[in-house]
Design a protein around this ligand. Structure first.
Ligand SMILES: [Zn+2]
Length: 549
């Protein structure tokens, strides 16, 4: 009898982002991806990462981290994991270099090991778990799927993929190897569900070239192109289109600078030497000779594009005659933020190019036809849709049913899939999951949930500071309460009423409570909040301070 294998979902199932799976067998664990999530509503923190306590508690049993590719939703939480866990990280080259840079910023040392498609790596000495890396096509260089070797057979993990027949870098998805694995028997297929509700197939990345050329056609001013900085193949195509119109290329935004410089250094991206130029060159050159690659496709208020749109960028301005081309998908939830940026750009006189024919963007994720083709090639005994919200997982499972896969499993974060000699099943709530909030600049330290809640409350209703000076001996009020407020609407009018309420609360206090600063503070807090509630106003956060003189 072979030992059972469990695949636990620590993130990424039932949501887009925070992808993290733990494969467990015989007390040994391999981690697949460890990503973050960009919240689509203000939560008082830049990013959300999975709570990795479950892994941390099992640190001695974790033998390796396998990374499929370098997108933030697959690698972004690694600094948090590797802070406590000293295990080898196996990743394809581009992902590895992104991780290396991120860990360097966080001051974390790690054992990073590069792999290529076809490489097989064991998850630690004597581990029953291994991973073979398989080339897949996606919207970032070097993306891989994994054939996980386990005592219960092969678990095929698609990674994020599309089946691009004409990839820009010529590196095709290794469908032959997947077919061979299918012939040998795939026990479980775990596959990317992002576009499960889109019929047909995704557009090849190379098909975007025509749209990009059209975006330069007839442009007399500067052309700004917004796209994801990690979409190196897109950057290659944009620079190619720009070259066709005699335009040099400059970079705007930190992530764009970093990714382009890294990609150039590693040879993923190539410009003729004359083409890359500085922002100073752009300012000096005639507008029709420049193209600017800019980050901030989702309307992020602090991004280079948003600052450009608001006229707040210190180095460049956008104006009449200029074009701004959007060569990226708008992630649902970001509409308002992006539309604000677009309005600002239009107000500045720029011509906007987005949602045009021929298309300016191709998704990096497989649609129904490609998903079903992968299922047919892999011929899995069981199917687990991953990387999607619940509706997308359910739809993907329906595609698997249509392809005749008998066992379709639907699991969400916190569930585990168990494979043993008797079959495959979902164990509900098998692992504790949670969210940890973090700021972009200090990813190494999470932010407590209570801090995030405070930030949200402060944003919604403001803060009242209530300062009272009392006599140390008698507890009698010496001065105050003095009231100060931040972000509280109509506060001046409220001061007399709030002060009266606070004084009444103090007068009502008797006995030893009167001499206990903590009790007095609590009474002040309650009184201030009570007044706002009674007036039917938003209740602000209250910070009472009692000074004993
Ligand atoms: Zn991805």
């Amino acid at each position: 009898m072979a030992p059972p294998v469990r695949v636990a979902a620590l993130g990424g199932l039932g949501e887009i982002g925070m992808n993290c799976l733990a494969v467990e067998c015989d007390g040994r664990i391999a981690v697949v991806d460890c990503g973050l999530l960009f919240p689509d509503e203000p939560v008082g923190a830049d990013v959300v990462v999975p709570d990795l306590a479950w892994l941390r508690e099992r640190a001695p049993r974790v033998g390796a981290v396998f990374l499929t590719h370098g997108h933030e939703d697959h690698i972004g939480a690694l600094p948090l994991l590797l802070r406590d866990l000293k295990v080898p990280v196996y990743a394809p080259r581009f992902a590895l270099e992104l991780v290396r840079r991120r860990l360097g910023e966080a001051g974390i040392e790690a054992d990073l090991r590069e792999v290529r498609p076809g490489d097989v790596r064991r998850a630690g000495e004597d581990s029953p778990l291994s991973a073979e890396f398989l080339a897949v096509t996606h919207s970032i260089p070097d993306a891989c799927g994994l054939a996980l070797g386990t005592p219960q057979g092969t678990l095929l993990h698609s990674g994020d993929f599309k089946i691009d027949e004409a990839p820009v870098d010529g590196r095709a998805m290794d469908l032959d190897r997947i077919e061979a694995l299918g012939r040998g028997g795939v026990r479980l297929l775990l596959s990317d569900s992002t576009n499960a509700d889109k019929a047909g197939r995704s557009l090849s990345e190379s098909a975007v070239g025509a749209g990009l050329e059209a975006a330069f056609e007839g442009a007399r001013g500067r052309v700004f192109v917004a796209c994801f900085a990690s979409n190196v193949h897109r950057l290659q195509q944009i620079s190619g289109a720009a070259r066709g119109f005699g335009r040099r290329v400059a970079l705007l935004g930190r992530s764009m600078e970093e990714n382009v410089r890294l990609s150039l250094a590693l040879g993923y991206l190539s410009f003729p030497p004359w083409q890359l130029c500085s922002l100073a060159d752009v300012r000096a050159a005639p507008p029709a000779e420049s193209c600017v690659l800019v980050s901030g496709t989702q309307g992020e208020p602090r991004s280079a594009l948003a600052r450009l749109a608001r006229g707040e960028h210190p180095e460049l301005a956008v104006g009449p005659g200029d074009r701004v081309v959007f060569s990226a998908r708008l992630i649902p939830g970001n509409e308002r933020a992006l539309h604000r940026v677009m309005n600002d750009l239009a107000r500045a006189g720029a011509e906007l190019f987005h949602d045009r024919e021929p298309p300016l963007h191709a998704s990096g994720h497989a649609q129904e036809e490609e998903q079903r083709r992968l299922i047919r090639l892999a011929r899995p005994a069981a199917f687990l849709p991953i990387h999607g919200e619940y509706r997308q997982l359910a739809r993907h499972a329906a595609h698997a049913a249509a392809e005749g896969v008998a066992a379709r499993l639907l699991a969400v974060d916190g569930d585990a899939v168990e494979l043993d000699d008797g079959g495959a099943r979902v164990l509900r709530g098998a692992v504790p999951v949670g969210r940890v909030y973090a700021d972009r600049d200090s990813l190494g330290q999470g932010i407590a949930e209570v801090v995030v809640r405070d930030r949200r409350l402060l944003a919604e209703a403001g803060l009242v500071l209530c300062v009272l000076a009392v006599d140390r001996g008698t507890g009698a009020v010496v001065r105050g309460p003095e009231l100060f407020a931040v972000g509280v609407a109509g506060f001046e009018g409220a001061v007399p009423g709030v002060r009266a309420e606070a004084l009444a609360a103090l007068a009502a206090m008797t006995g030893p409570a009167r001499g206990d600063p903590a009790e007095v503070e609590e009474a002040l807090r309650a009184a201030v909040r009570r007044w706002f509630r009674r007036e039917g106003l938003r209740r602000p956060s209250v910070l009472p301070v009692v000074l004993e003189l």
